[in-house]
Design a binder for this molecule. Structure first.
Ligand code: FAD
Ligand code: FES
Length: 255
């Protein structure tokens, strides 16, 4: 079930974000879609879900971008050697047919961007980016990890860099200033950010959100990722949904 993966690199990207690179050592016959995720098994610790930040098919190299929050992510940062990789899991997002996508990220929600831009270089779409964090030390130059992004709008809550304010308000301002030139928005970040975006964005724009909740098996077997009060599982039906498919989850106080 888990494929062995040798960690080949760890890099600190900002005060809070790290990139880890793994070489998959057995043949892999599929490739992940943008916004799919993998469960990474950390021997003796746990298996934890991580968005696939990037994947180079020819080299079988997989990258993740992550924030350290507990023992699993600390081990991901500090350990070397072999890990296990399950997946690719979830539904993901197909770029074909989308001309210009606005990718909106809060904090570590920036993680899936590199793979999205990799697909768009093939499918001829432009990915513009709005990325908001609390303060400028949490940012890094996304051109370090993403291929040919379009316009990039950085925002900080403490106004130390770029646009000043919370992501939904900055997004609203950018759309008003630039005119509605995006037919598609993909938003990744904390639940309150997604809830606010889904309830305020011009209805002519198709908005997709990539959700997070507790994920254990990643295979639809354990029920831990149910999006209460909806009868949907994040690991099978998601993590990507249109807003109107998950409004009740976003409105609810459950995680
Ligand atoms: C589909 C999916 C994709 C993800 N992609 C990324 C990614 O690309 N980069 C990244 O940094 N993180 C990502 N996460 C979140 C990441 O899985 C958790 O931060 C990680 O599992 C925490 O493990 P830990 O052992 O370090 O911390 P733990 O000790 O397990 O937890 C530390 C704290 O974080 C909370 N927590 C743990 N997991 C979650 C979760 N899934 N949702 C909300 N709170 C949680 C715990 O309740 C606890 O309070 C993703 C989660 C999901 C479900
Ligand atoms: S994580 Fe087990 S059902 Fe989704």
């Amino acid at each position: 079930m888990f494929k062995p993966a040798l960690k080949t690199k760890t890099e600190q990207l900002s005060s809070t974000l790290y990139l880890a690179e793994f070489k998959l050592v057995e043949p892999v016959h599929s490739k992940p879609l943008p916004l799919q995720f993998t469960n990474i098994w950390i021997p003796g610790v746990d298996e934890i879900p991580m968005s696939i930040a990037d994947y180079e098919e020819e080299k079988q190299v997989l990258r993740i971008i992550f924030k350290v929050v507990g023992e699993g992510t600390r081990s991901l940062r500090d350990r070397s050697g072999f890990f296990g990789v399950k997946g690719f899991l979830g539904n993901g997002f197909k770029t074909r047919g989308h001309d210009r996508i606005l990718f909106v990220a809060g904090g570590s929600g920036i993680a899936p961007l590199p793979l999205l831009t990799r697909y768009c270089t093939i499918d001829n779409c432009i990915v513009d980016v709005v990325w908001g964090v609390k303060s400028s030390d949490m940012l890094f130059n996304i051109e370090k990890v993403a291929l040919n992004p379009g316009s990039v709008y950085y925002a900080t809550e403490d106004c130390s860099y770029g646009f000043c304010g919370m992501v939904p308000q900055v997004l609203q301002y950018i759309i008003e200033k630039e005119g509605v030139k995006w037919s598609t928005i993909i938003a990744v970040g904390p639940k309150p950010m997604l809830k606010s975006i889904c309830s305020t964005i011009d209805p002519s724009i198709e908005v997709y959100v990539s959700l997070e909740t507790m994920v254990k098996c990643g295979l639809g077997a354990c029920g831990s990722c149910v999006l209460k009060p909806l009868p949907k599982l994040l690991c099978i039906h998601g993590p990507v949904f249109k807003c109107n498919e998950v409004n009740e989850f976003l409105e609810s106080t459950h995680d």
